[in-house]
Design a protein around this ligand. Structure first.
Ligand code: ADP
Length: 470
């Protein structure tokens, strides 16, 4: 038998569970029936010996008190009720000569006893002998009831052996039934448990065929299977998120590349007509260089983000004083802000705030935040840069009184190429904040943003002060 995915049935978990359950139940039942059989055998033998001892006691007492004739009558009475096929009784002399006996036709082959071979008074000799004519065993007790008299009583074990035979057959039948029941139970259990795994497999197959929206339905097989299904679904959600993000990034790249390339192509086409003046050619060449620079710049930033995320850039770590980084960034942006009619304020900080990191990356981080603050703040607005520190972290905050960000856009501004400004009138490519986030992450820090439309924005970066404290 083969399962749907081509594995042979003996290699499936269901088969192994079936086998295990069947074997376990069978082994346990065999042991149980064997123990019960032994107990039953012993019990029957014990009761038989007890009955024989009781009979021999009674006969011995009659012989000793009332004599041989009364014993003869008692023997006849006893045999009448039991039957000569079931029991025999005989009295023997010291040399084994039979003095008194019941009908011994079916009991041939059973030896008489020499008195000397028996123990002294009250010592009983038991033996079990096979009776070929009856096809069963017999249990025999011999006792010396007087110095030269031996009393022998035998009883067939036919009924006990019949009972044991029935028990054996019943046990074999019961073991076979339990084997089948165990197998069926194991198979049902295995199938039930595996049906959850099968659902996960089917979902994986349909995703493999391109249905990315497929999810594993939850079932009743048990907590573990549902946990597996949930973990699988969570993973699929994340993969789907990444795929969607990737598609968007690709769309954005295509969109952002198209405009400069179209312009470059337009310039080239115009050049081919050959009717421009040298001055016009120079202007067109400048535009081509400018657009090419934009493209190269964008590609460089993307590469930088990728390398930062991979941790390559941080191979070159050094002690960096964040106060110095902020001061030099402010020197540059002071002029830019003034040109735009904005005020750039810096909350000074006494003394160095040293962290272990990459200087140029940290400069890039502060510049990007300041650049955005300037870009998205109207003339007359205020941009504030402040530093703070705790025992373990250095905090850099860039606050502005600009246009702010809507709650809808806030969770997405760190995605590559995402721009809240739908009209795309503000210069930019949507890579600045994703670059900042990659740098912050590479320094084991975190970035938080608070913003509301029209109420300005505040970006706060927390960086660990040094490696040991981290
Ligand atoms: P870019 O600035 O090149 O567009 P960023 O990744 O730096 O790309 O920023 C992503 C988007 O987040 C911006 O397009 C803008 O809509 C929004 N944003 C970033 N900083 C600010 C800010 N200080 N004020 C308002 N919006 C901002």
């Amino acid at each position: 038998m083969c399962s749907r995915n081509g594995n042979s049935f003996p290699r499936t978990v269901t088969f192994r569970l079936t086998l295990l359950t069947a074997v376990t139940i069978t082994a346990v039942s065999i042991v149980f029936f064997a123990v019960m059989y032994l107990a039953l055998t012993r019990n029957l033998a014990f009761r038989m010996d007890e009955d024989l001892v009781s009979d021999v006691n009674q006969m011995a007492a009659i012989y000793q008190v009332q004599g041989r004739e009364e014993l003869g009558r008692q023997i006849e009475f006893e045999i009448d009720s039991e039957g000569t096929n079931r029991m025999f009784i005989r009295l023997m002399g010291s040399n084994g000569k039979v003095l008194l006996a019941t009908d011994m036709e079916v009991w041939d082959g059973i030896n008489t006893r020499e008195a000397g071979a028996l123990p002294e008074e009250d010592g009983d000799a038991f033996e079990t002998v096979y009776m070929p004519r009856k096809g069963c065993h017999a249990r025999i007790i011999s006792r010396r009831i007087a110095p030269d008299r031996i009393l022998q009583i035998g009883c067939t074990l036919e009924e006990d052996e019949d009972l044991l035979r029935i028990y054996r057959r019943g046990s074999i039948l019961a073991v076979l039934v339990l084997l089948v029941c165990g197998g069926v139970t194991g198979w049902l259990m295995g199938r039930n448990a595996m049906s959850g795994v099968e659902r996960v497999r089917q979902t994986a197959v349909s995703i493999g065929k391109g249905d990315l929206l497929s999810r594993v339905p939850l079932g009743n097989e048990g907590q573990e299977i549902n946990d597996l299904a949930r973990a699988f679904n969570d993973m699929l959600e994340r993969i789907q998120g990444v795929v969607i993000e990737l598609r968007e990034v690709t769309n954005h790249i295509a969109h952002d590349l198209r405009s400069p390339i179209t312009r470059i192509r337009g310039m080239a086409e115009t050049t081919m007509t050959g009717e421009q003046t040298v001055e016009e050619y120079r202007e067109m060449a400048e535009i081509v260089v400018e657009e090419s620079d934009r493209l190269v710049g964008m590609i460089n930033v993307m590469l930088d983000i990728a390398m930062t995320e991979a941790g390559d850039r941080l191979a070159a770590r050094e002690d960096v004083d964040i106060v110095r980084v902020v001061e030099s960034a402010c020197e540059i942006f002071q002029t830019i802000a003034e040109d735009r009619g904005q005020t750039l304020e810096v909350d000074g900080f006494d003394g160095p705030l040293v962290i272990r990191g990459n200087l140029s990356q940290l400069q890039r981080m502060v510049s990007n935040l300041l650049d955005n603050a300037c870009k998205f703040t109207s003339p007359g607005g205020v941009i504030r840069l402040s530093l703070g520190s705790t025992k373990t972290h250095v905090t850099t905050t860039v606050t502005d009184t600009g246009i702010g960000i809507s709650q809808e856009d806030l969770p997405r501004i760190f995605e590559q190429f995402y721009r809240a400004d739908r009209s795309r009138t503000t210069p930019g490519n949507g890579l600045g904040l994703s670059h900042v986030k990659a740098i912050v992450r590479a320094h084991c820090g975190e970035i938080r943003v608070e913003s509301a439309p029209g109420a300005g924005s505040s970006f706060t970066v927390h960086l660990p002060r040094n490696r040991d404290q981290r």
